[in-house]
Design a protein. Structure first.
Length: 190
């Protein structure tokens, strides 16, 4: 299996790039944000549990998130590999992912980050909020809270993967196609 973690701040373009990469490398795309939003929309038990966190732009607790992620991976055992989008977002999640993948005889192949300046991204999210219907994209305070969560809890993952020699970064500013090419260059070299 080739398992890629797509990494980046809110609005960095992970979802957009994932659509191309999953086709190109025949990967199963798992976006934790999308799975959570599906559960919110359908008002499932999980949806009820995560709504308060998501609407505020807070991270959902690790235990709930990891359980959901493992359930998702287990639905797709017959695959070339997984493109993880939005997971892991804390050290505890990264440790849980390593343990889980190791239990199925696999591992994270590489982490690729999309880099971009906060102020550009915040503008992008406010634009997206006009049409996405996402409550967490419509209010600058909630967006800034997501960046605080990122800086405090998610940014340390760069060091975590760098220590394992698995961290790569590409410039996330440019056309969608340019960025796909940058990401592909990294993946083709793995
Ligand atoms: P963005 O990257 O734009 O913030 P996502 O769709 O990846 O959007 O995530 C939206 C929200 O879903 C997050 O703010 C958080 O509440 C929740 N979420 C998604 N993935 C995780 C995760 N790995 N851990 C905790 N919460 C998560």
């Amino acid at each position: 299996m080739i398992n890629i973690v797509l990494f980046g701040k809110p609005g960095a373009g992970k979802g957009t790039q994932a659509e191309f990469l999953k086709e190109k490398y025949k990967l199963t795309h798992i976006s934790t944000g999308d799975v959570f939003r599906f559960n919110l929309k359908n008002d499932t038990e999980l949806g009820k549990q995560v709504r308060v966190y998501m609407d505020a732009g807070d991270l959902v607790p690790d235990e709930l998130t990891t359980k959901m992620l493992i359930d998702e991976v287990n639905k797709h055992t017959d695959t070339n590999g997984v493109l993880f989008d939005g997971y892991p977002r804390t050290i505890s999640q990264a440790v849980a992912l390593d343990a889980f993948l190791s239990s199925i005889g696999s591992k994270v192949t590489a982490t690729v980050a999309l880099e971009a300046d906060d102020e550009i991204l915040i503008k992008r999210l406010l634009e997206r909020g006009k049409t996405s219907g996402r409550i967490d994209d419509q209010d600058e305070d909630k967006i800034r809270n997501r960046y605080d969560e990122y800086n405090e809890k998610t940014a340390p993952l760069m060091q975590y993967y760098n220590d394992q020699g698995k961290f790569h970064a590409v410039n996330g500013i440019g056309s969608v196609q340019e960025i796909t090419e940058r990401l592909s260059a990294v993946i083709d070299n793995l």
